[in-house]
Design a binder for this molecule. Structure first.
Ligand SMILES: [Mn+2]
Length: 346
């Protein structure tokens, strides 16, 4: 962070702080928010974590989770007041205000100093302090680094270390994605030293399927997966009925898209879901194929080169049609990315 000294001085006196993370928070967003909340509380700040929407059950083990205020759960008034009256607002794991939906304008208009800690591309300029690095694997990695830079490693306890570990573990696909650098391993080595129980965290995050979710995955794989070898693409289109049939809860569709990407010869995978509010798209890719560009250009979205999301206000059917019509435009790029990836692996 530039202006680290000024930032440090700000934190020297107690402040009213709001911490927010992107909507549908994942382990990195929530882990960073809760890790930062613990840290700031130890420094005598008054802290409230506010998320735009709720988050999956498999993150409920995180320390401090019970005190999170979910804006869309009827907390709009209370949350707005807190944001308006805050001295500082931290924005974690996002850097463009549309990622927090209706909260975006409230944050923008608040007199609070804004701090962004993030690793997503497409940064909007609204923050007073930024710790932003698209090379970082996770926001939790950046937060760890920030606390180290502030000289306060001693304040990282076991619970915080486990929140941060969870974010890094999931954003690197359990240390398998290309963003898994030497630095990532050094950070998690230190988090283990600070008390993180890695088998506990990985069990809590990954091994907690409900029967409904497992059956839903089975159903999606056998009935809903479409593979288009000529475009090196595979996708799922999930209807509202499908979700209802398997009592789908927040997070149940998480990770499904990776099965499609794991198929040999596939460069891009997508999952297109008919949610009540809109049709949501999630993209994954391997190699140099930039799904964030595709998402930004055609589906009001964005994200990382290999993992991005978008939205469509058309019907599920029309959205799928639009997606399929795009594929010929990207055909050679999709093919090239696969060939290059194969070269890397040999
Ligand atoms: Mn992240």
């Amino acid at each position: 962070m530039q202006d680290l000294k000024a930032f440090q001085q700000l934190l020297d006196t107690p402040k009213k702080v709001v911490i927010t993370a992107h909507s549908n928070p994942d382990a990195d967003a929530l882990g960073a928010a809760l890790g930062l909340a613990s840290y700031l509380k130890k420094k005598q700040h008054q802290v409230q974590v506010i998320t735009p929407t709720d988050y999956p059950q498999f993150l409920h083990w995180m320390y401090g989770q019970k005190e999170v205020m979910v804006y869309s759960n009827g907390q709009e008034k209370k949350a707005t007041l807190l944001m308006e009256e805050a001295d500082m607002i931290f924005c974690l794991d996002f850097s463009s205000l549309n990622r927090i939906e209706d909260m975006g304008e409230i944050v923008r208009n608040s007199k609070a100093l804004k701090v962004v800690i993030d690793h997503h591309m497409g940064k909007e300029m609204f923050a007073d302090f930024e710790f932003w690095d698209v090379q970082a694997a996770a926001t939790c990695e950046l937060l760890y680094q920030l606390i180290i830079d502030l000289g306060e490693r001693r304040l990282i306890d076991k619970d915080m270390a486990e929140c941060l570990y969870a974010g890094i573990m999931t954003d690197t696909g359990s240390f398998r994605h290309p963003n898994t650098t030497k630095h990532v391993h050094e950070v998690v080595a230190d988090l283990i030293e600070l008390g993180a129980n890695v088998s506990k965290v990985s069990k809590l995050v990954y091994d907690n399927n409900s029967m409904d979710r497992l059956r839903f995955i089975g159903y999606a794989l056998s009935e809903k997966l479409v593979v288009l070898p000529e475009y090196n693409t595979a996708y799922f289109a999930i209807t509202a009925k499908d979700l209802e049939k398997f009592n789908s809860r927040t997070g149940d569709t998480e990770g499904l898209v990776n099965y499609a990407l794991s198929i040999e010869g596939i460069t891009m995978a997508a999952i297109i879901i008919d949610r009540s509010e809109a049709v949501k798209l999630s993209f994954r890719s391997i190699g140099d194929f930039p799904v964030n560009e595709l998402a930004a250009k055609h589906f009001e979205g964005g994200g990382h080169k290999n993992a991005a999301g978008g939205i469509s206000h058309q019907s599920l059917e029309e959205t799928v049609k639009k997606f399929l019509q795009l594929l010929p435009l990207y055909k050679s790029q999709l093919h090239k990315s696969l060939k290059e990836q194969e070269l890397h692996l040999t």
